[in-house]
Design a protein around this ligand. Structure first.
Ligand code: TYM
Length: 334
């Protein structure tokens, strides 16, 4: 069985980008009998970006409810909270000691923070960069390697981290023998980078997201806010540079996409296209949204699922970590 693993950082409300990039392919994979799915709430990752405890707590609840509302079958999938599996943090340290600092210097998130400092007149390029941010790919490698993931469904922004996890695993295996499986990123063709309200990548940090389970009225409002260029109705439009179309494409079937492409050529008006997009997404998510709203009122049920997941996860992580400690020379003397 192939192990498929992915996680979401608990810093905000799940958005359409998380859904098409990671959650949707992960749920689809979990329905395959030849897959062993591991899906988790990356709450230790959250501390890197967010120092508001209430927000982390609320986000954990929302993300957990989202997975369950979308039909994750927890009898097959191991669904857990990262912080309930403390072996991941122990593994993080072991991996930290085989990871070259130079590898971390090249990580996108760190480089972006430095670049931003350098663009301003900030003298210290590392201003505001915590060690958490700097070594974040190692924590992520531990998430992945702990459960010997073969495939990791993610959006394009995470590919580099999976490659780093491979590098770190290969380095460890080279020194201590074959313990880790080398993971591979799985990137959906259409969901690789979903665009947000302003046409940039949809991202919590850009404040341009459309929450997946936004109530109908608010969803309509947000879709109406998506930026478009100023062509008039009746003028032919280029779908391939249009945010509305790119989002539509991430949801609709090929035949539907072809039809809308034609309507662009015929000069569909933006108001009309926004209506098409709204109706499509709204219909697509309505049943899950109802389940989500009910689940958000049932925290005990969610918690129970997570506890059960943690139990299954630790049945694997505890013995594996014991082997790894032995491998690096940390064990009892007698
Ligand atoms: P996070 O929480 O930022 O995002 C969760 C998942 O959603 C994907 N995603 C997108 N996909 C397409 N278009 C977008 N606009 C978009 N925005 C986000 C992300 O690529 C990701 O797959 N470090 C990770 C969480 C993590 C993880 C892991 C993932 C921690 N440990 C181990 C996989 C394996 C993160 O911050 O994702």
């Amino acid at each position: 069985k192939a192990t498929v693993l992915t996680g979401i950082t608990t810093t905000g409300t799940p958005h359409l980008g998380n859904y098409v990039g990671a959650i949707r392919p992960a749920i689809a994979a979990s329905k395959n009998d030849n897959v062993a799915p591991f899906y988790f709430l990356a709450d230790y990752h959250a501390l890197i970006k967010c120092q508001e405890p209430d927000r982390v707590r609320q986000s954990s609840r929302e993300i957990a409810a989202t997975w369950l509302a979308l039909g994750l079958d927890t009898s097959n999938a191991v669904f857990y909270r990262q912080s309930d599996v403390p072996e991941i943090l122990e593994l993080t340290w072991i991996l930290t000691c085989v990871t070259a600092k130079g590898l971390m210097n090249r990580a996108h998130a760190y480089k972006a923070a430095v670049a931003e400092n350098e663009q301003g007149d900030e003298k210290d390029p590392d201003k505001g960069v915590t060690m958490g941010l700097f070594s974040y790919p190692i924590l992520m490698a531990a998430d992945i390697l702990m459960f010997k993931a073969d495939k990791v469904p993610v959006g394009r922004d995470q590919i580099q981290h999976i490659e780093m996890a491979r590098d770190i695993a290969a380095r460890f295996n080279h020194i201590y023998g074959e313990h880790f499986t080398l993971p591979e990123a799985v990137v959906e063709e259409h969901g690789a980078t979903l665009l947000g309200l302003d046409g940039r990548k949809m991202s919590k940090s850009y404040n341009n997201t459309i929450p997946l389970f936004e109530p109908e009225k608010k969803l309509r409002k947000l879709i109406n806010k998506i930026k478009t260029n100023s062509l008039e109705p009746g003028e032919p439009k280029d779908p391939d540079t249009c945010t509305l179309f790119s989002i539509y494409k991430a949801f609709a079937t090929q035949a539907e996409v072809a039809e809308i492409r034609q309507r662009y050529a015929d000069g569909i008006g933006w108001g009309e296209m926004k209506q098409v997009l709204f109706e499509y997404i709204n219909e697509h998510i309505a049943p899950a949204r109802e389940r989500y709203e009910a689940l958000m009122q049932a925290p005990d049920h969610i918690e129970q699922q997570l506890q059960e997941g943690a139990r299954k996860a630790r049945a694997i992580s505890v013995p594996f970590l014991k082997d790894l400690r032995e491998a690096v020379g940390i064990s009892r003397i007698a």
